[in-house]
Design a protein around this ligand. Structure first.
Ligand code: FHN
Length: 415
């Protein structure tokens, strides 16, 4: 497999990686046939539902209220720079027009439209990048054989042709990278179902980089980065943390992302109203930026194509907050002071942004972010804040507004 050194990565892709580092905020969308049952995207595995029953369910999928313009304008209002949507999840149903299998939204359902086409056109119009989530795991295809740790009670025959399955995936990836214009990239998931199988990754990655040299490969395989990959994504954990149990990999030099549910479900869950507050979500966005990572915040649209109001309101509130504070995140990198219980720091050039998230007091003492003299200003007002510099530490009198989800202090290096 080709060893990937930074300079072996074409300039276009390096530029795309920098765009991705600058983006900081993406909207994840888990939407598909499973949304009909309102019990998350693993319902076929968990219930379990055999292939014929699930195929019947799929034939009833008809999201007549789906409106790509409404979705993309909400994303824009939320301040997200890219959308990552499930083109095919583990249930094996394709949410796009494909010649590789009739088991897709255009040929198998009364909907007969290609929502990914409509989204791609709308994203291009609004300047939002589009990534396609693509599951390597498949609970429907007989050729996903030998089975992995899941999908064992779907009623499929105990036989199949693995290489034909890999060919099927490459054929679909060719369609996704040819028929929807320039993409942000492909977000892979599911390899963890058969971690030791021969996935022919260099062939598949080579295909993607050939078809769209600027498209990024973001693999959610919970392993250390492999050649040809462009980012490291962590699930339900900030990079370096591991409350979820599978984020065991060390942080490499690639751009970082963390994907997060807004409630406890990726796919639509009728009874899961356990939504995080807007404040918690802003804190997650800021803490992710504090370690140089993007937040990929998930929504699970309903089977009719509408977005749950709890998700919509939170996205709009985050967007309002970013309207004022976005400049302290977008285009920044991890700040000189690693994350703290009181908050995090981001930096752009010589300017350091101190994000005070959880701190009851009016004065904060921090290690000096670097030699030389520093001054402090409030954000966004820009009014001077009292700063005392003693040796290697600074103590800053914070802006008064303790209720703000993030009291931002701008630290300026005084030459
Ligand atoms: O099994 C999937 C799950 O359904 C969801 O897509 C998440 C999103 O990051 N990834 C897998 C679990 O690791």
């Amino acid at each position: 497999m080709l060893v990937q050194t930074p300079d072996s990565v074409p300039a276009e892709r390096r530029a795309a990686r920098e765009w991705y580092r600058d983006a900081k905020f993406g909207m994840f969308v888990h939407w598909g046939v499973y949304s009909l049952l309102g019990n998350g995207e693993w319902v076929m595995q968990n219930r379990p539902i055999a292939v014929p029953d699930y195929e019947w369910l799929a034939s009833t999928f008809n999201p007549t209220k789906f409106d790509a313009r409404a979705w993309v304008s909400l994303a824009k209002a939320a301040g997200v720079k890219y959308i990552t949507i499930t083109a095919r999840h583990h249930d094996g149903f394709s949410m796009f027009a494909t010649k590789a299998s009739p088991y897709n939204i255009v040929d198998w359902t009364p909907f007969k439209r290609d929502p990914l086409r409509e989204l791609a056109d709308e994203c291009r119009r609004e300047g939002i990048k589009l990534f396609f989530y693509y599951s390597q795991l498949d609970w429907h295809q007989p050729d996903y054989w030998p089975r992995g740790s899941t999908g064992r009670n779907t009623g499929r025959p105990d036989s199949g042709d693995w290489n034909r399955y890999l060919d099927f995936m490459d054929a679909q990836l060719t369609e996704l990278l040819t028929n929807y214009g320039a993409l942000g990239g492909i977000w892979f998931d599911g390899m963890w179902d058969k971690p030791n199988a021969e996935w022919r990754l260099s062939r598949t990655y080579g295909l993607i980089h050939r078809l769209q040299p600027a498209a990024l490969i973001v693999p959610n395989h919970h392993q250390a980065p492999l050649p040809g990959e462009d980012a490291q994504t962590f699930e339900q954990d900030l990079p370096g943390a591991n409350t979820a149990g599978f984020n065991t990999t060390t942080i490499g030099g690639l751009p970082l992302e963390t994907s997060l549910t807004m409630n406890n479900s990726w796919g639509f869950n009728l009874t899961d109203h356990n939504y995080k507050s807007t404040r918690q979500l802003i804190h997650y966005l800021v803490r992710a930026a504090g370690v140089g990572a993007n937040l990929l915040l998930n929504i699970g649209p309903r089977p009719d194509g509408t977005i749950p109001p709890e998700a919509e309101s939170r996205l709009r509130e985050i967007g309002t907050w970013l309207g004022t504070n976005g400049a302290t995140l977008y285009g920044t990198r991890a700040g000189p002071i690693p994350p703290r219980n009181w908050g995090a720091t981001t930096a752009r050039g010589d300017t350091v942004y101190i994000h005070v998230l959880d701190w009851a007091d009016s004065v904060l003492a921090i290690p000096s972010p670097g030699a030389g003299k520093w001054s402090a200003k409030s954000w966004p007002g820009g009014s001077a804040l009292s700063l005392t510099q003693l040796g290697n530490s600074l103590s800053i009198v914070l802006p008064a507004d303790r209720d703000s989800p993030d009291r931002v202090v701008m630290l300026l290096h005084r030459r």
